[in-house]
Design a protein around this ligand. Structure first.
Ligand code: DAH
Length: 359
């Protein structure tokens, strides 16, 4: 074969290979194969000087032309393939910044205790009660003495109350403690405003207990209503409204005689069980919620004891002129009953799997 034919053949082979290349990487291999340092065509060009003089011109020209054409064809094809590859990458890497991140960010929500507190607050605000808060570090005077708690009452012992160090004299009215209930705010509120007074006091309270139904810190809502002609019937109507708002419009309540130092008479309040009918569930079993009694205890209440009012007589609370009722609600207890929470500690473990159930 003449050199001219061989050059023609190489050119045709190169063009076919260029046309067949489907990627820039494959095209690069074609370039090395036909135009690389060890490829035949460039070798031929380098050897032109050794050819017979009459051959040099034609062979040199043909080889040069073939190289130029192949280079040009590669360049064109490279542009084409690179554009296609870029397009493909763009399609695959499509990033829509208007879509939310995946997985969806956690939205967060109110803790069940906060939710329950707000729910209860809403009911009483709707009835005309004001929401106030009080100090968690309290004095013996407000926590016990002014609430008519006898000096011998066991709740004053260090086994039942957290005293703030150094508590040298547990009977000194000024001694500081962590309030064991929200009731002290009854006295503080009556000291700060004359009657009539209608308020609720949500907040944290503290007791040295820890088991499935007790945590050292928990939450209560105190209620206080004092005016000239408030009766036990007002207390019952108020608490019935509360029970129906929280546990459903079909609920009844009943008052059972009880004892609290700061109320007389005192009652414990039960709500009719919302899990069964007369203590028997739909499956004919003894109801586990009310233990078959058809009633569930929800709070303590009573008519404010005149001995309590006596401490704030100077501000218009003379027991001869005004009277009223008080109540204390455990927020955790309401939340657990309403949502079937079996262990109080679940409310404080901060396990998201538990918490996120309460939307
Ligand atoms: N302070 C009581 C407790 O912590 C709850 C309570 C009962 C509050 C009766 C009241 C009340 O105001 O009248 O157990």
């Amino acid at each position: 074969m003449s050199l001219a034919d061989r050059i023609e053949q190489l050119k045709a082979g190169g063009q076919a290979a260029i046309a067949a290349a489907t990627s820039t990487a494959a095209l690069d291999q074609v370039r090395i194969q036909f135009l690389g340092r060890r490829a035949e065509l460039p070798n031929l060009l380098r050897g032109v000087a050794q050819l017979a003089p009459e051959q040099r011109g034609a062979v040199g020209k043909a080889a040069n032309e073939a190289r130029r054409q192949l280079e040009q064809a590669i360049e064109q094809k490279l542009e084409q393939l690179a554009a296609a590859e870029l397009q493909q990458r763009l399609e695959q890497d499509k990033l829509d910044i208007t879509l939310p991140a995946d997985p969806l960010p956690a939205l967060g929500r109110l803790h069940l205790i906060t939710r329950t507190r707000r729910e209860i607050e809403d009911v009483f605000v709707g009835l005309g009660f004001k929401v106030v808060e009080g100090p968690e570090v309290e004095r013996v005077y407000y926590n016990f003495d002014a609430l008519n708690v006898a000096p011998t009452h066991p709740s004053r012992l260090t086994t039942d109350t957290f005293y703030v160090e150094p508590a040298t004299d547990l009977f000194d009215p000024q001694t500081q403690l962590l309030r064991v209930h929200t009731s002290p705010m009854q006295i503080r509120a009556m000291e700060s405003q004359p009657p009539p007074i209608f308020l609720i006091v949500p907040g944290r309270v503290y007791r040295p207990d820890s088991d499935a139904t007790h945590t050292p810190q928990f939450h209560q809502i105190e209620g206080l209503a004092i005016d000239e002609d408030i009766t036990l019937a007002d207390l019952k109507g108020t608490l019935e409204t509360f029970a129906r708002a929280i546990f459903g419009p079909e609920r009844e309540i009943r008052l059972r005689p009880h004892f609290f130092p700061f109320t007389e008479p005192s009652v414990e309040v039960d709500v009719s069980c919302f899990n069964c009918c007369g203590g028997i569930t739909a499956d004919g079993e003894r109801c586990p919620l009310c233990k078959g009694t058809a009633w569930i205890e929800i709070l303590g209440a009573g008519m404010v004891d005149p001995n309590v009012l006596h401490h704030v007589k100077h501000n218009g609370y003379s027991p001869e002129q005004v009277q009223g009722f008080a109540f204390g609600i455990g927020i955790e207890r309401i939340a657990m009953l309403k949502h079937g929470v079996p262990d109080l500690r679940l409310l404080y473990d901060n396990d998201v799997r538990f918490l996120e159930q309460f939307a």
